[in-house]
Design a binder for this molecule. Structure first.
Ligand SMILES: [Zn+2]
Length: 304
């Protein structure tokens, strides 16, 4: 038999070193097949989950201990009770200690008032880590929610790998991106009439590629289907910027498109090239959004 033991060595801020045994893998001393060589997926998942739990609990415990000390007088606040909180991460769900403390006497509003604080609950502002949310949303945007959940479940000890949670998180991230776009569009509206903000025209005109499609609405919605327009703006020297609009929903339709263009260095009055299929409404949208010259180019590949 051959054995491998993985130990985690933690060095605290005070310089103390603590060793925790994480996992032990074993194999026959002399392997007989190719499948017995090296690390297995299940072992890796177990290792990652243990490592995550150990690291995370250590950090949270340190955080609670640090915030137990009264910030005003430096006294240790009295212990109220022991509670736990669960945090979903890319490497498993971890249950952490979330002790509650009685607020220091020096900060009590009244001598008899029992005010408690839970520093750990204040730290855990969401049920999952931002990284888990980001990875779920990214996979959820590329493939079906069910498939995204399956991929995560196959490769990582991530939790919980249910397609509903992938869908909810993809939706949450999409709403934030939309809010950012709206914010950018609002800024465009605000600076529109400030000529001093207009910079020199770039040498090459930006190119807007547009594609429209009618999408069936969910049953029960006011309309049966709606038109979605998605596109990207390319301009030399800038990373590609993508955008999407729904004509009947976007309240600042033109501003959203202008925000995407301005992100690419486009300035008021600059000419724009619009590439789209045969639908004349798409270049017309760019023309009305920019208010400047637009060179429409028919995308034959799309049109055919
Ligand atoms: Zn105090």
């Amino acid at each position: 038999m051959m054995q491998w033991t993985v130990r985690l060595e933690t060095t605290t801020s005070a310089g103390e070193v603590k060793t925790t045994e994480l996992v032990t893998f074993s194999r026959p001393a002399v392997v007989s097949t190719l499948a017995e060589i090296g690390l297995m997926l299940d072992e890796t998942k177990a290792l990652l989950a243990k490592l995550q739990a150990s690291m995370l609990c250590g950090q949270v415990a340190k955080y609670a201990a640090h915030h137990r000390v009264c910030a005003a007088c430096g006294m240790l606040q009295r212990f109220k009770d022991r509670r736990t909180r669960r945090l979903q991460t890319l490497f498993g769900t971890v249950e952490v200690e979330a002790p509650r403390f009685k607020v220091c006497r020096c900060r009590q509003p009244a001598p008899m008032a029992e005010v408690t604080v839970s520093p750990v609950c204040a730290l855990l502002t969401a049920r999952c880590t931002p990284e888990l949310e980001r990875v779920q949303a990214e996979l959820g945007a590329r493939t079906s929610f069910r498939e995204a959940a399956r991929i995560l479940d196959t490769l990582l000890p991530a939790s919980p790998a249910r397609h509903e949670s992938v869908r909810n998180r993809t939706h949450a991230v999409a709403l934030r991106i939309e809010a950012d776009d709206r914010q950018a569009a609002a800024e465009v509206v605000a600076v529109r009439n400030e000529p001093n903000k207009a910079a020199a025209a770039a040498e090459h005109r930006p190119v807007v590629m547009l594609e429209g499609a009618y999408i069936r609405a969910v049953p029960g919605h006011q309309v049966r289907n709606f038109e979605a327009v998605c596109g990207k703006v390319e301009h030399e020297g800038h990373p590609t910027r993508r955008f999407a609009l729904v004509r009947s929903v976007a309240d600042q339709l033109h501003a959203l498109l202008r925000a995407a263009l301005q992100d690419q260095g486009w300035r008021e009055g600059d000419a724009v090239t619009a590439i789209s299929d045969g639908d004349p409404a798409l270049p017309a949208l760019v023309r009305s959004a920019t208010g400047g010259p637009v060179e429409p180019i028919l995308d034959w590949f799309r049109a055919t």
